[in-house]
Design a protein around this ligand. Structure first.
Ligand code: S3P
Length: 439
């Protein structure tokens, strides 16, 4: 089997301007809603990465005519909410949890059966968080004995709306139920324990579908139709996060990250870095396609350890691998709690980050739902990314403050969210190279 490893030289700084890859969450949703809308949907800035392509291929397999005229451009001839065809083979969603959980909701209301499969990482992730509430709506989904994929979704079920309190703060579960709610009789209402990303709600409105929000409760009534639209996908703040931290921790750095999505349900990274003493400015704040965007200028700064407020955790949930690298370069202690969800991401990110940080000489202790890190000196070493894209990129950034080379194993999945990371990081000043090895 071939593995991709990253080699990092120590030190350096980040300087320059870039526009990172398109937002993954928005790209998935644009394809899903465009496919079940009536008329044409045109997407610009689409994330051309494995995860979003998994969603796109799933809809092609259900008969949707999807064209890709140019880099980042997608044109979808929508088939209406009842226009999808039964797929002829299982829908393979690769590494993508968002594809699987959201599709599960959308497919629970179809007339046909479907089977969702994924790679070994996705096949270990918990799916009962979506199959249980879908069963309450009248859906029928078979899982493995462990409550994981493969998911066999029975078609021809009559769904009815529910009033559901989410046990965990999860935008994927909320979105899954909203998509099922489109096919349900009556109203579907979801109350979240903490605010999570609201791209589904915003985008449904962009497709002329009414969605109501009162406090932490979001509701829609099934049976209406969606009307095709134009979508501009901003650069992904979760990808920009690597360079925000890199520029903050490497003395002499200054980067301008262009056209980054700054939806307030995603900006926990900015808030947390600011509390740590980062030097960041939002320039040219504007609205693009229903989502706020800005250019973000980041200069190096002396970061301080903080106790991360728990209410910010869901707003920065994907950024913790790199935030823990920032903490390891900060003065004093950083305490993360209330982040148990990190244990069920593409890998167990608490364990993966702990192992890597300890390997690089940082003093850290993990708990069930977080970590305590004492800032210190990073040395070189060998780190296993566990096939997790965000862990691979986080440790690449750590090299800016290391005193020797770092080798990061198993990095091929960086292509699931940020193709071109190595080249862009190198252009900004990271001493990174990628090589394939046989193992
Ligand atoms: C996502 C929601 C989050 C996030 C994931 C993308 C989404 O997952 O970690 O990368 O697009 O809705 P959870 O809903 O499991 O927190």
């Amino acid at each position: 089997m071939n593995f991709v490893n990253f080699h990092l030289g120590p030190g350096g700084m980040l300087r320059g301007e870039c526009r990172v890859a398109g937002d993954k969450s928005i790209s998935h949703r644009a394809v899903m809603l465009g496919s079940i809308a009536t008329g044409m949907t045109r997407i610009r800035g689409f994330l051309e990465a494995e995860d979003a392509i998994s969603t796109l291929n799933a809809f092609r397999a259900m008969g949707v005519d999807i064209r890709r005229p140019d880099q980042g451009e997608v044109e979808i001839q929508g088939r209406g909410t009842r226009g999808l065809n039964a797929p002829e083979s299982p829908l393979d969603l690769g590494n993508s949890g968002t594809s699987m959980r959201l599709l599960c909701g959308l497919l629970a209301g179809q007339e046909f059966d479907s089977l969702l499969i994924g790679d070994p990482s996705l096949s270990r992730r918990p799916m009962q968080r979506v199959t249980r509430p879908l069963a309450l709506m009248g859906g029928r989904i078979d899982t493995s004995g462990q409550g994981t994929a493969p998911l066999y979704i029975h078609g021809g079920r009559h769904l009815t709306g529910i009033e559901y309190e989410l046990p965990e703060a999860s935008a994927q579960v909320k979105s899954c139920l909203l998509l099922a709610g489109l096919y349900a009789e009556g109203m579907t209402s979801i109350t979240e324990p903490a605010v999570t990303r609201d791209h589904t709600e915003r985008m449904l409105r962009g497709f002329s579908y009414p969605v109501r929000r009162q406090g932490n409760r979001v509701s829609l009534t099934g049976g209406d139709s969606l009307i095709g639209t134009e979508i501009e996908v901003p650069a992904d703040i979760s990808s920009a996060a690597f360079f925000m931290v890199g520029a903050s921790i490497a003395p002499g750095s200054e980067v301008l990250l262009r056209h980054v999505g700054i939806n307030p349900t995603r900006t926990g990274i900015i808030e947390i870095l600011n509390q740590m003493g980062a030097d960041m400015e939002l320039e040219n704040v504007r609205e693009a396609g229903g989502e706020p965007v800005a250019d973000i200028r980041v200069k190096s700064a002396n970061l301080k350890g903080i106790r991360i407020p728990q209410e910010l955790v869901p707003l920065a949930i994907d950024e913790f691998p790199v935030l823990l690298v920032a903490a390891s370069c900060a003065e004093g202690e950083t305490v993360l709690t209330g982040a148990r969800e990190l244990r069920v991401k593409e890998s167990d990110r608490i364990q993966g980050m702990l192992d890597g940080l300890l390997e690089l000489g940082i003093d850290a202790i993990a708990s069930d739902d977080g970590m305590v890190i004492r800032g210190g000196r990073l040395c070189g070493g060998e780190v296993d990314s566990r096939g997790d894209h965000r862990i691979a990129m986080a440790f690449s950034i750590a090299a800016l403050r290391a005193n020797e080379d770092i080798l990061i194993r198993d990095c091929a999945n960086v292509n699931t969210s940020f193709p071109g990371f190595v080249e862009m990081a190198r252009t900004l000043g990271l001493k990174i190279s990628s090589e394939e090895s046989r193992q």
